[in-house]
Design a protein around this ligand. Structure first.
Ligand code: AMP
Ligand code: MG
Length: 330
């Protein structure tokens, strides 16, 4: 009798608690590697659909692909918009405003002049930057009745928000297939769905901006995006000076804000992505002011002078071998 009870218990353990099967799909989209991991019986078909969605978003939202919806819109100086372009405009424009223009989706021609959005990487002339800056400015974008008008001489760029938006949309798609647990890494921007299959929180590493092979620490998260903007992610060097891809809309040049990276943790991937860029431009003081004033997200800032600052809800744990000093901000 005892033996049978033991066998039954073992069977229960084996069937009831069998770990959900892990499925992965890796591919290239949006100029980076997408690594999607999902668990459970619905994962294979959900991941197929996720790849198709990623390709669709890439074909719509790329500012540099001449076949894309956004490219055509920029060429035409605007026009009717629907689906993802419309949703992105509706998400992005209020963030341009609330960040005081630190996040600005009209910097495409500047980004191109620096060679960060196609073309050759170079330091543009001061006069060229000044001219392109005059054309740019999110306040000049008119968006009414699903029609956008792009300021003359400027172009729209969703580069600072599109990957976060994609993470959000893929996560929603996986959930609609019945997937309860997934981890999406879109070129280092992470979106997690649910918890890990064993019921614990996901641990998302935050790269050490001085040495990407290491992590500065990690955050524990569920149903959230963990998105990082950093000077280290894309840059070139000329005459010993490093120029990176996050532009200060006030100067038209790479932002020099005293930060090496900004990580945002938020439920909404598009918001997290836009804010990671904006807070990077703002610098430590304004970034933390923005967090205190607006809330709805947590953040981890890594400064040029070797500090890691994490807001009190960020669930951040510094790496044991980290060279940074660490403090929590309330
Ligand atoms: P991220 O890696 O999310 O910070 O986005 C950086 C990309 O967004 C750049 O490669 C540009 O395409 C674009 N970008 C650069 N500076 C800004 C800015 N201040 N506001 C919005 N987009 C920007
Ligand atoms: Mg961003």
């Amino acid at each position: 009798m005892k033996k049978i009870a033991g066998l039954l218990a073992l069977l229960l353990v084996l069937t009831g608690c069998a770990p959900a099967e892990k499925h992965q799909k890796d591919f290239f989209a949006m100029d980076t590697f997408f690594e999607l991991t999902a668990y459970g019986e619905h994962a294979p078909e959900a991941l197929e659909a996720a790849e198709a969605l990623s390709m669709k978003l890439d074909a719509e939202l790329s500012a540099v692909n001449p076949e894309s919806t956004l490219y055509a819109l920029n060429e035409a100086g605007g026009g009717p918009v629907d689906s993802d372009c419309a949703e992105l405009l509706e998400t992005a424009l209020p963030l341009c405003e609330s960040t005081g223009g630190a996040f600005d989706i009209t910097l495409l021609r500047l980004s191109q002049a620096w060679g960060f959005s196609g073309g050759e990487e170079r330091v543009p002339e001061v006069s060229e930057i000044a001219e392109l800056l005059r054309y740019a400015g999110w306040e000049k974008v008119v968006y009414e009745d699903h029609t956008v008008t792009i300021p003359e001489g400027a172009g729209l760029d969703f580069g600072a928000i599109a990957k976060g938006y994609a993470g959000q949309k893929i996560s929603e798609l996986l959930a609609s297939y019945g997937v309860e647990s997934a981890m999406l890494s879109l070129g280092g921007n992470v979106q997690v769905l649910g918890k890990k299959p064993d019921g614990s929180l996901w641990n998302v590493g935050i790269a050490d901006p001085s040495d990407e092979a290491r992590i500065a620490g990690s955050v524990a998260a569920e149903n959230a995006a963990v998105v990082t903007s950093g000077a280290y992610k894309r840059y070139f060097e000329q005459n010993g000076v490093r120029y990176h891809h996050i532009l200060d809309p006030e100067t038209g040049a790479p932002a020099e804000s005293g930060l090496l990276s900004v990580t945002i943790i938020a439920e909404n991937g598009a918001l997290a992505d836009a804010l990671s860029t904006a807070l990077f431009v703002m610098g430590e003081e304004k970034a933390l002011d923005y967090w205190r004033e607006h809330g709805g997200f947590e953040t981890v800032l890594i400064t040029e002078d070797g500090r890691v600052l994490a807001t009190d809800g960020a669930a951040f744990t510094p790496a044991e071998d980290s060279d940074y000093s660490y403090s929590v901000v309330g």
